[in-house]
Design a protein around this ligand. Structure first.
Ligand SMILES: [Fe+2]
Ligand SMILES: [Fe+2]
Length: 166
């Protein structure tokens, strides 16, 4: 069974939004809950940005030059998220700056997902055929199985280097 690339990525976004809402709703003193949810959020983001950076963005950029600027801006938005994710992965949930930093991460990622869904994924849907979107979707699903889950894993950190030297 094949999966459309945009459908697959939007499903990831929905799961992320669910985790974000749960984090925001956790009570003032629910440090253990927030810590657990933060770990899930950081892992979900690590997988998602990895498969987009490794598969979706380069494929789309090559096939559809008119979205190149959107793709390049998206790499930078991922990079900003990566920096926050790295910092958060080294912090304790009861640190003074933990929740504010998570809040900024969530705001940034929401903005980024909205741009993908509203501004440039529709252009990708229009510009690529169903078959191409299925092929990219299959590749995304395949990569997802072996994607790094920990923000500190070397394959996840490769993006930090790519952001400056690529
Ligand atoms: Fe993205
Ligand atoms: Fe995304």
């Amino acid at each position: 069974m094949s999966t459309d690339a945009i459908v697959l990525l939007k499903k990831d976004h929905q799961e992320m939004r669910k985790l974000f809402r749960a984090f925001e709703k956790a009570g003032e003193n629910a440090t253990a809950t927030k810590s657990r949810l933060a770990t899930q959020i950081l892992e979900a983001l690590t997988v998602h940005t990895y498969i987009e950076n490794e598969v979706m963005y380069p494929r789309v950029r090559a096939l559809l030059p008119e979205v190149e600027d959107d793709v390049l801006e998206s790499y930078e938005e991922h990079h900003v998220a990566d920096l926050l994710v790295m910092e958060l992965s080294a912090m304790k949930a009861d640190a003074e700056r933990f929740v504010p930093k998570m809040t900024v991460l969530i705001e940034n990622v929401e903005h980024h997902m909205d741009e993908e869904e509203q501004e440039w994924f529709p252009k990708v849907r229009q510009g690529l055929g169903r078959k191409q979107l299925q092929e990219i979707g299959d590749e995304l699903a395949e990569r997802k199985k072996t994607a790094p889950r920990k923000p500190t894993s070397p394959r996840a950190m490769k993006k930090a280097v790519d952001a400056v030297v690529a």
